[in-house]
Write a protein that binds this ligand. Structure first.
Ligand SMILES: C[S@@+](CC[C@H](N)C(=O)[O-])C[C@H]1O[C@@H](n2cnc3c(N)ncnc32)[C@H](O)[C@@H]1O
Length: 379
């Protein structure tokens, strides 16, 4: 939304951060008269007094937002364009270089498996654990059918092809990696899914789709790469059809405890090393995601920590890298992939210390009637 709340000489606050602002308010603008904050820790409950520009009318609204905190929060900061382009180039090259190695050893799903806690698993169980991850995510969101799906950060398209076949759905995947998009299309074609499933190179933060197109918006382990989490979830919400489901499965850091305004220095240092190896920007928490979804007035927001269900994954990836096939392939793919492999024990450490959380967050875009209802609250 283009409209910006101007808070005097301080940072402008994008109006989309406020749930009461919806389509009907997009052509208006307001000046902020006062803010009263009810809670000291995010999410903040704000009481706002607004004046409609060019009029003497004042209006009041109460809202919950983390946007103000996010403006000052390093973890959710806006990256400048150059930083974003640099990051995207790194991500594209990382997946261009490493995807065929991964596919050779692990198959077409580039995400964690979902395992029973404490189960003893062998490599051959992993593909079914990765499929189970998809099924459990769909189940968590209570989704039993979909007709038009976008797979945001699609890898080589494993989720798209599985969901297309499961629901007889049309799926469109986007990735930053040209090698992945090409391979994903080739696999779809060889499996006879081409009319239903297609892939292209595109940025999740500027999706090449019109508003309201998809009844399922699927993001499996791509959110951690997004430098602007607010833009990311806004784009997911934008392309979702009214009543559509959004499923985000992603790596998060632990929630901050009351009184904390950042992670401990050792925690940040560990995450920084992982970021460097896997081309990740700064992380956020599950609560941050929930707050962002709330700020967009999305409904039925649910989140869970699935860390215990993914625990066998990284040890298994390391074991597979230490086989003859794994090692020789790794050495052939180059430094970026090797650096990623060297960081794998850090992921295990992060989970064990309770710093890294494997999170699922789902919600629904309100049907049109609800959008209209919230619009009337602005005036
Ligand atoms: C770990 S892989 C997950 C792949 C796939 N979802 C799966 O489960 O097999 C991360 C994917 O996110 C994609 N990605 C990262 N940042 C992106 C962005 N800004 N726009 C589109 N795709 C992005 C990468 O290109 C890669 O395909």
């Amino acid at each position: 939304m283009a409209v910006v709340l101007s808070s005097g000489s301080t940072t402008p606050i994008p109006l989309r951060a406020f749930p009461f602002c919806s389509s009907s308010s997009s052509s208006s603008s307001y000046s902020l008269r006062s803010i009263r904050v009810r809670e000291r820790h995010p999410p903040l409950h704000l009481h706002l007094r607004l004046r409609v520009r060019g009029s003497a009318t004042e209006t009041e609204a109460t809202t919950t937002t983390t946007q103000l905190d996010h403006d000052n929060n390093k973890n959710l900061k806006m990256w400048n364009q150059q930083e974003q382009q640099q990051l995207q180039k790194g991500i594209a090259e990382f997946y261009d270089d490493s995807s065929s190695l991964w596919e050779n050893i692990w198959g077409d799903h580039m995400h964690h498996g979902f395992y029973d806690p404490n189960s003893d698993v062998s490599l051959s169980d992993h593909r079914s654990a990765q499929i189970r991850m998809i099924d459990e995510a769909l189940r968590f969101s209570s989704l039993s059918e979909a007709k038009n799906v976008v797979d945001v950060g699609c890898g080589i398209g494993g989720s798209s092809r599985y969901i297309a076949a499961k629901f007889d759905a049309k799926c469109q995947g986007i990735t930053l990696s040209p090698v992945q998009a090409q391979r994903a299309n080739a696999l779809a074609s060889s499996q006879g899914l081409s009319p239903l499933v297609s892939f292209q190179v595109a940025d999740a933060l500027e999706q090449p789709f019109p508003d309201g197109q998809f009844d399922l918006v699927w993001s499996m382990e791509s959110g951690e790469h997004m430098p602007d989490k607010q833009k990311f979830v806004s784009e997911l919400a934008r392309v979702a059809a009214p009543g559509g489901t959004i499923i985000i499965v992603t790596w998060c850091h632990r929630d901050l405890r009351p009184g904390e305004d950042s992670l401990q220095p050792w925690e940040q240092a560990l995450l920084n090393k992982i970021c460097n190896a896997f081309y990740l920007p700064a992380w956020c928490s599950t609560t941050d995601y929930v707050s962002l979804l709330e700020s967009l007035s999305l409904q039925d927001i649910k989140a869970a920590d699935w860390s215990q269900y993914v625990a066998p994954f990284w040890p298994a990836v390391i074991r597979s890298a230490l086989t003859w096939k794994g090692l020789t392939s790794l050495l052939r793919t180059g430094w970026k992939t090797i650096r990623g492999a060297l960081a794998m024990p850090l992921m295990i450490q992060g989970y064990q210390k309770g710093l890294i959380k494997f999170a699922i967050i789902t919600c629904r875009k309100p049907p049109p009637a609800h959008v209209d209802g919230s619009a009337s609250a602005t005036t």
